[in-house]
Design a protein. Structure first.
Length: 735
């Protein structure tokens, strides 16, 4: 892709050196798992400082370190099993809503005790009977990801329990004691989670909703930059074949800037909204009623989602706007809106009050000088009304979102448990393929562990299972982060162990290292491993005395490297999911979702808006685009797949669908009036064309050219999408 010309700072001070430097830093920075960023070709291994959680670190240190210190005072070997169980329970705790969190941790503790006792008892029988049964357990644990992130984390850690249990043989009495004390250790860590989090039962909800408003603030800030975007007076040129040529025209330059904006922010905001929705639903389900605090969270989330839709419409209005005066008005409005969103985000996060009188004065200033521009004024008024809702906690337009948000709560437990198992039990499912792949690869590693027993052998099987992911790109990313973090953390741990000359000093270091390691868990996986590996090195010194710290660090690094290579190789060789095919499926789903969105916006009028049909269609279209971009990111990070024609076509289609979504959102809020007959005809044509591109129905003949400018722009984007998706029809995004 040719280089992007620099953003000119001549049109307004806001586009000066400070903003250009900030934009350049953002473009260079990598995305994170929470916010994948705009460049789909780069692995999202950036750092997320907001993920730092001191509470998680303190809880892990208390759960684990107190038992280690107790063992130093009262040497009883089963106490080490209690400490290990508490530590593994902290690993298995993926956070999230309290009710499901406690259920998962309790099940993990009980199953872990059974696995520890059973396989410790079977260990003397050798690999022939042990490995097949262990393979069944590994399959079940890795397949548990169909129930969500919490079950996925617990399942992965149960594989670690299996590996630890096969380290040494147990007699029946020892197996019974080991199983009981393991369950006790896990329940001890679960009890600490209950005590620490019950003090603030609404804090996860506040943080989730505040994160939505914070991301809206960033979206608004970046949109203000785009409104300030100015085409350079001397466009960049490049010598090619002895002559200079212009790389970009103005339209392509703006299109690429808005495409980057959409990928960098819309996906992240939509995912934050869905995460907050899940947290609120679980909180309401756990209390079996909608309390006042839950209702406040619901209303604030609904207001934020409506602001998100209006900002998308505003971006459509700004993009390609030739009138610099209108752009300046939009920029001024966004500059006043951004601090208002930030104030509400901080108030929700800290559960603090807002100075409503001051906020009202700021809102009044936000709509000044917009009265003569009806389209911009209507959007600004709608956004600021929702800002009032976020501050005052008033129900928006009398629309109560609880019914839509809490609809899942009525599903019976059996359906929630058995439904995902049946849905994913097909070899087309990435989850089933992952479980089979993990079992097939882990079984030989486990066999080698039993044949060539040693204090470090289990690290190979653990690395293979923890590194392997359903998709190649995620496996490659996990391998890089795990290997790099292990090498760095091993060096740090060996140095620390050389200064700790007594068992008590080693045990005392467990506290700070546990706090640091688990507090950094959400910052990035690589940082988490780097912070946690020193703790592992010191624990081996405590549990397995006689091994030097440098020996421990070296063996861990070697086995992690070998396990990472095995995991990456197996992801390429054993039943891989070929990403171009996955991209094609997600693209068809996204096109069909936009056909439904177009039908809701253009076909049913105000009645659909009142019933919430348009909001639901907009949400489905946004989620479908997120799934498409996730598949595109995996394809672009897979060897050779990024050059596949299917992927290149989908990249163009993704940008076009983003514009169709923005145009439909703008028409949803637009004051334009089109003649009813023409609107009905074009509504049928747009919906039918999009549905046919998604593999449903047949296209219709085009009506007469629409008079409405907004409708003409939408028709142009639909025609561009149709041309892109026809065989051999991949056009550049700036066409």
């Amino acid at each position: 892709m040719p280089a992007t010309p620099p953003i000119s700072g001549k049109s307004h001070p806001a586009t000066g050196p400070r903003r250009r430097a900030r934009a350049a830093a953002f473009l260079r920075g990598r995305g994170t798992l929470a916010n994948p960023g705009q460049d789909l070709t780069r692995l999202p291994i950036g750092l997320d400082p907001r993920g730092l959680s001191l509470v998680d670190g303190v809880r892990a240190a208390l759960a684990f370190g107190l038992v280690i210190l107790l063992h130093e005072w009262l040497p009883w070997p089963p106490l080490l099993t209690v400490a290990l169980a508490a530590n593994l329970a902290c690993f298995a705790d993926a956070g999230g809503p309290m009710r499901s969190r406690l259920l998962v941790l309790t099940v993990f503790s009980l199953l872990g005790g059974v696995i520890w006792g059973l396989f410790g008892l079977m260990q003397p029988l050798g690999p022939v009977p042990v490995v097949p049964l262990a393979g069944i357990v590994i399959f079940g644990c890795t397949y548990a990801r169909v129930w969500g992130v919490q079950a996925q984390a617990a399942g992965n850690v149960l594989v670690l329990v299996l590996c630890f249990a096969l380290d040494r043989p147990l007699t029946p009495d020892q197996a019974l004691v080991a199983g009981l004390v393991f369950a006790a250790g896990g329940l001890w860590a679960t009890l600490l989670a209950l005590l620490l989090w019950r003090l603030h039962p609404y804090r996860p909800t506040h943080r989730a909703v505040a994160e939505v408003w914070r991301r809206l603030t960033r979206l608004c800030d970046d949109l203000e930059d785009l409104a300030s975007l100015a085409w350079p007076e001397k466009p960049e040129t490049r010598n090619a074949g002895g002559g200079a040529r212009q790389i970009f025209d103005r339209q392509t330059f703006e299109r690429q800037a808005f495409d980057r904006h959409a990928r960098a922010h819309r996906r992240g905001v939509r995912e934050a909204i869905e995460q907050a929705r899940t947290v609120i639903v679980d909180l309401a389900r756990s209390r079996e009623r909608i309390s006042d605090r839950t209702a406040q969270a619901l209303i604030r989330l609904e207001a934020a989602e409506q602001i998100f839709a209006a900002l998308i419409a505003l971006s459509d209005l700004v993009e390609g706007e030739p009138d610099p005066r209108r752009r300046r008005m939009a920029r001024r409005f966004l500059r006043r809106l951004r601090p208002l969103l930030g104030v509400i985000a901080r108030a929700i996060r800290d559960d603090s009050a807002i100075d409503l009188a001051r906020l009202e004065r700021a809102i009044d200033r936000g709509t000044r000088r917009l009265a003569h521009d009806r389209g911009l004024h209507d959007l600004a008024t709608r956004i600021l009304d929702r800002v009032r809702i976020g501050a005052k906690l008033s129900t928006p337009d009398g629309y109560w979102p609880g019914g839509a948000l809490l609809g899942r709560a009525s599903l019976p437990l059996g359906t929630r448990l058995l439904g995902p198992l049946g849905t994913n039990f097909t070899f087309a499912s990435a989850n089933l393929r992952h479980a089979v792949r993990a079992t097939v690869v882990a079984a030989p590693a486990l066999w080698a562990t039993l044949v060539w027993a040693g204090p470090f052998a289990h690290w190979l099987t653990m690395t293979v299972v923890l590194t392997m992911q359903p998709f190649y790109a995620a496996t490659w990313q996990r391998a890089l982060e795990r290997i790099g973090g292990t090498v760095l953390g091993g060096l740090i741990g060996a140095v620390l162990a050389s200064f700790a000359t007594s068992p008590l000093a080693l045990a005392a270091l467990v506290f700070p290292l546990s706090i640091i390691g688990f507090a950094a868990r959400q910052v990035s996986y690589g940082v988490f491993i780097a912070c946690l590996t020193p703790l592992v090195v010191l624990l081996v010194e405590v549990v397995e005395p006689g091994h030097g710290s440098w020996e421990v660090a070296g063996m861990r690094a070697l086995l992690t490297l070998l396990g990472g290579l095995i995991a990456v190789g197996s992801a390429l060789v054993l039943w891989p999911i070929w990403e171009p095919d996955q991209v094609r499926l997600e693209l068809r789903k996204a096109v069909r979702a936009h056909a439904a969105f177009a039908r809701a916006v253009l076909g049913t009028g105000a009645e659909a808006e009142a019933s919430g049909a348009r909001a639901q269609a907009a949400r489905a279209a946004g989620l479908a685009l997120n799934d498409l971009e996730a598949a595109l990111a995996r394809a672009l990070q897979q060897p050779r797949a990024g050059r596949h024609p299917q992927v290149e076509m989908a990249m163009v289609a993704d940008a076009t669908l983003r514009r169709i979504s923005a145009r439909l959102t703008a028409l949803r809020y637009s004051a334009e009036t089109a003649e009813p007959e023409a609107l009905a005809a074009w509504s049928d044509w747009i919906a039918a064309t999009l549905a046919s591109l998604g593999g449903e129905g047949t296209p219709r003949g085009m009506p007469d050219a629409p008079r409405s400018d907004g409708l003409r722009r939408l028709v142009g984007q639909v025609e561009l999408l149709a041309e892109t998706l026809k065989p051999g029809g991949s056009r550049p995004a700036g066409a």
